[in-house]
Design a protein around this ligand. Sequence first.
Ligand code: ATP
Length: 284
Amino acid sequence: AKVRKITKETNIGVTFKDVAGLEEAKVEVAEYVEFFKDPERFTKLGAKMPKGVLLTGPPGTGKTLLAKAMAGEAGKPFLSISGSEFLEMFAGVGPSRVRDLFKQARTEAPCIVFIDEIDAIGRKRGSRKMGGNDERENTLNQLLVEMDGFASSTGVIVMAATNRADILDPALLRPGRFDRQVTVDAADLDGRRDIFKVHLKNIKIAPTGDNAAVSADELETIAAQLAKLTPGFSGADIANVCNEAALIAARTDKPGVDLGDFEAAIERTIGGLEKKSRVLSPKE
Ligand code: ATP
């Protein structure tokens, strides 16, 4: 198991340019960046900075990336932890880790706190069939206490991500907590093309014909072709395909990655996805 607890990152290089598609989500998040850059502009008119923002959407669509890009755009530190990492074998660790997180956030403010998989601790309380889980409830309660306990003027924005917004405890979504929701949708054909464009930038593509390098137009064409071959792929899957294609090309010492390498990588990713969905949805 990974032992990543609270991770702090500063000087984040990720910006909105690295996040493909998700135009509406970016517009919303950009507003919070403006808050960070120039709080006066908002507070003098009586506007309060939001405290909590919930990013919802299917796995691998770029929720973490978007939160990180927000920190990158604002030039502020990014503190992150996954919801499941609050929960440990020992009673009391979860709540105390929540306290630590907010303590650290206050010291680092202005900053962005990111809680991935918030559903791990934020599931509706008292709704489990198999007896109580006090540790999880105590952890959630502590999170609510901390969210209520800081003023929006502290300069901390707590972003949380989930692909199960439907199972969250409604208390989490009350005003002053995660009262803003940003939807991070699965990419469509154009979205996939744009995600490919972002990731192909890091790949050495084999030039066609006599050209020494691929032109921007060719890159666009390749991205569009690959998008057509990858229905249902998430941004994370696409990032994986690009890396896998480069690995496949490297194996045979090719000077550049060609379409065949991408096709092989796509095949392999589809194989992996099928295996995963078999594991996730066993026969009833
Ligand atoms: P999960 O729900 O599984 O935590 P997530 O929505 O947080 O997933 P990310 O961790 O942000 O997804 O995505 C993983 C990687 O996939 C990113 O680091 C990035 O390389 C790539 N990726 C995902 N979405 C996009 C996107 N919209 N644009 C560019 N790259 C993307």
